[in-house]
Design a binder for this molecule. Sequence first.
Ligand code: ATP
Length: 244
Amino acid sequence: MALQNVSVRFGRRGPWVLSGVNGVLPRGTVTAVTGRNGAGKTTLLRVLAGVLPASRGSVVGRPAVVGWVPERFPAEQAWTVRQYLTTAGRVRGLVVGAAAISAWAERLFLTPFLDTRLSELSKGTAQKVGLVQALLVRPGLLVLDEPWEGLDAATRSELPLLVQEVISAGGVCVVSDHRGELAGLRPDAEWRIAEGRLTSVAASAEARVIEVVVDAGEVAAVVAALRADGHVVRSVRSAEAVSR
Ligand SMILES: Nc1ncnc2c1ncn2[C@@H]1O[C@H](COP(=O)(O)OP(=O)(O)OP(=O)(O)O)[C@@H](O)[C@H]1O
């Protein structure tokens, strides 16, 4: 998935909030979007999620299922949590909704609130409903806008696991943050927004180990290519026990 020359402004004469932004979001990665208040993080996330069209440029390769968790869950609705999640699941083509909803409610400590109206929930509990609706059908793209706001400690510590499950299945995750709470999510890349421009910075100096399976005849060429790109090749071993 990629952003190609994306520019956004609100109104025909408004200032450009984003200006010619480019960026690639590989499958199986977490990208953190950072920047000061008002820098344009939410705007970028809304464009990525497909809920705000870019004024110019485009987003290509967006996965079919998008999980969008806005900074503030729109709780001013008459539905109960169960009714809302059932409808959200149905809209996304979920057939066995009840079981999935019970399982998610259990996991995020929402079970006691399933029959409570959305408008009566605390902000943190409403945020959790927002998380569940985004995850009910596993998203190929999960977009989280300041997901820690108002969340209880138990759900905060669950968040990295939820993200890990999405990216392990080949999904893309984008998460914004202005309070430096990203560490637990171990992002693969950081996009910093300032003055409408995006700068991609290395997320951390922490190393990761990946295993790559190649045909025996290609080993020398692949090892050479990886080394040429600055990676450390630790070992080469027989792949009898490895399934592709
Ligand atoms: N719907 C809108 N209409 C007009 N201006 C908007 C709209 N949405 C955002 N803006 C403006 O775009 C700029 C970027 O806002 P945005 O919410 O994307 O920033 P942010 O980095 O997410 O900020 P925060 O960290 O405070 O959430 C701000 O100047 C904001 O006022």
